[in-house]
Write a protein that binds this ligand. Structure first.
Ligand code: ADP
Length: 319
């Protein structure tokens, strides 16, 4: 079966060294770090040893090279990442607030990322892909949505699989009916990886209805597996046959929460596609998320299988 493929933004992230409110004053910064939710996901997938490839666009600049070098080093096929000559690579400036919230300044769709579209390389990659991972952040972007809406049914029709991270970000949505798009992609998804309340957003139900009703709705829509992320409370894998696995989180000190969910997802999808059972995939995914939050930078803590094996052996679980 062909590689796991994702479509979306590749950015650099530049992080404030101190918490506070936004960027309306000069301040010291860390970075640039390779970033973009789909890039973090696919990088962790590649590090885990799964065949991985990405469709995206960067500028012909150092920020683009930083990302391409990282993805290549970690085993990701970047043949379908376009290098756009006349726009810079996307960027995100991030500053954490004292309450754990985040302020962003994005240069995303006005950057090279705004040129993501069908190229001969992207067409060729989708034609041989075995799995497509869809980022909820991108359902509001018309061009990328149109690619997803064509690629996902094509993969399914030839026996491929689809996963969805329903991390909708209204501030990044520029176009379209998110609800209708979400329902369409849920109906095409084999695996969904929601974080907290995203379970209910994906199901289109009020959280008051409770977890089992939301799961029921999603399984009825054709989803076969749900990997539920709960931050420092760990995660669960729920299967359409009624099987459930719960995994406690690893006890780590959080330095930078960005990228945990994407590393979790990249590891989970890679492990399942490598043939591991859900419980084992969950352990690796928990480890990938936890390891990544111990390091500053959105994908600096992504782990290889050996690194995650060592992390699992050496790290205690939360009570
Ligand atoms: P998202 O980034 O999508 O909101 P989470 O914050 O739930 O996702 O993180 C994904 C996974 O990463 C969690 O299910 C958990 O396994 C791990 N993780 C995240 N934060 C921590 C933490 N502070 N301590 C231990 N594990 C964590």
């Amino acid at each position: 079966l062909g590689p796991t493929v994702t479509i979306g933004e590749i950015l650099v992230e530049i992080v404030a060294t101190t918490p506070g409110n936004g960027f309306a004053e000069p301040q010291p910064l860390y970075g640039p770090y390779p970033s973009g939710a789909p890039a973090i996901f696919i990088d962790q997938c590649g590090r885990m040893g799964g065949a991985a490839a990405m469709i995206g666009a960067v500028g012909a600049d150092d920020f683009g090279r930083l990302n391409l070098d990282r993805l290549r080093r970690d085993g990701v096929d970047v043949s379908a990442v376009a290098v756009v000559p006349d726009l810079p690579t996307g960027s995100a400036f991030v500053r954490y607030r004292a309450d754990g919230g985040r302020d962003f300044v994005f240069n995303m769709w006005t950057s090279a990322a705004g040129r993501i579209g069908w190229t001969p390389e992207a067409e060729a990659l989708i034609a041989r892909a075995g799995h497509l991972h869809v980022m909820g952040t991108l359902l509001g972007h018309r061009q990328v949505w149109e690619m997803i809406a064509r690629a996902a049914p094509a993969l399914k029709a030839r026996g491929g699989t689809v996963s969805l991270d329903p991390n909708l970000r209204p501030e990044l949505a520029s176009d379209g009916d998110l609800r209708a798009r979400l329902d369409r992609i849920v109906a095409l998804s084999d695996l969904i990886l929601p974080s907290g309340e995203e379970l209910y957003i994906a199901a289109g139900l009020d959280p008051a209805i409770g977890e089992s009703a939301a799961l029921h709705r999603l399984f009825n829509a054709g989803v076969r597996e749900i990997a539920l992320k709960r931050g420092a409370a760990g995660s669960s894998a729920l299967l359409a046959d009624g099987t459930r696995h719960d995994a406690a989180a690893f006890a780590v000190t959080e330095t930078d929460p960005t990228g945990a969910g994407d590393c979790f997802g990249g590891a989970y999808v890679a492990c399942r596609r490598l043939g591991m059972a859900p419980a084992m995939a969950l352990t690796y995914a928990n480890a990938a998320g936890a390891r990544n939050v111990t390091v500053r930078g959105p994908m600096e803590g992504a782990g290889t299988r050996d690194e995650l094996d060592r992390f699992i052996a050496e790290t205690g679980r939360r009570a």
